[in-house]
Design a protein around this ligand. Structure first.
Ligand code: IPE
Ligand code: IPE
Ligand code: MG
Length: 243
């Protein structure tokens, strides 16, 4: 089926509001081609760029979140971590104008404090420069962990002196670092592993999960639309009996 036909089909049915992606498989992509892991990350960044551009243009989904670096990824070799951070900084600096013109609003999800100062500065600038946009809410989860996020919510609740009997699911949800975002309707993981790897935990309670063996650098517009089409074929019960 042509991409345009697939796009028409997907548009004809209810779309998710928030899609979150676990971008996994860069290293294996490189290994299969006999290349260094860094080359996999470089191609992975291009895949992310392609998807952002596509969604900015087509306006299919208003919120996307890309899991770029987990709290556990600090245990990778130092050179790989530095390479990832440089890649991200370069991407943000080079693409900022284009993203801003396309109506993309950038947010960071994760603890920025341990990140290199230059990367933090690039992110802060981009976040500030795009704050008025709303064609596509792009969140980059960087130094993010689902457990960190829940603890962060608890810390905020404690520091606001909220009493235990006043702590409720909806108000607590808004205290989470992701509290401004709608809950993810669909979480896509590329690279074939069937796990969340400490991505959204609280937020994933009623997300539909979609796993594909496609390695992240090969994940293209068609693969994204196929994930959406799969999502559109599911019944979301939210615990109810659905006739
Ligand atoms: C990218 O894929 C995910 C990041 C943490 C940047 P990986 O680097 O985990 O690739 P694989 O899983 O080793 O193939
Ligand atoms: C998940 O991928 C984290 C990101 C995509 C940022 P990992 O490659 O770190 O996950 P594990 O280690 O295989 O669970
Ligand atoms: Mg991996």
């Amino acid at each position: 089926m042509s991409l345009d036909k697939l796009l028409d089909e997907v548009r004809a049915r209810p779309l998710p509001r928030h899609v979150a992606l676990i971008m996994d498989g860069n290293g294996r992509w490189a290994k299969r081609k006999g290349l260094a892991r860094a080359e996999g990350h470089r191609q992975g960044a291009l895949a992310a760029e392609r998807l952002i551009r596509f969604l900015g243009k087509e306006r299919l989904v208003p919120y996307i979140t890309l899991f770029a670096f987990s709290t556990e990824n600090w245990s990778r070799p130092r050179e790989e971590i530095e390479f990832l951070f440089r890649l991200l900084e370069g991407f943000i600096r080079e693409k900022l104008r284009e993203l801003a013109e396309a109506g993309v609003r950038l947010r960071l999800l994760g603890d920025p404090r341990p990140l290199p100062a230059r990367l933090r500065a690039a992110i802060e600038e981009a976040v500030a420069a795009t704050v008025g946009n709303d064609a596509l809410h792009l969140t980059v989860a960087l130094n993010f962990g689902g457990r960190w996020a829940i603890l962060e919510g608890v810390r905020r609740a404690l520091s606001q002196g909220i009493s235990p009997d006043k702590l409720e699911e909806e108000s607590f949800r808004r205290l989470l670092p992701s509290g401004e975002l709608p809950e993810p309707d669909l979480i896509i993981r590329t690279g074939g592993h069937l796990r969340l790897s400490n991505f959204f935990l609280w937020e994933a309670a009623y997300a539909e999960l979609y796993f594909t063996p496609i390695l992240w650098p090969d994940f293209d517009e068609r693969a994204f639309l196929e994930a959406i089409r799969d999502f559109q074929g599911r019944t979301r019960n939210f615990g109810r009996v659905v006739p």
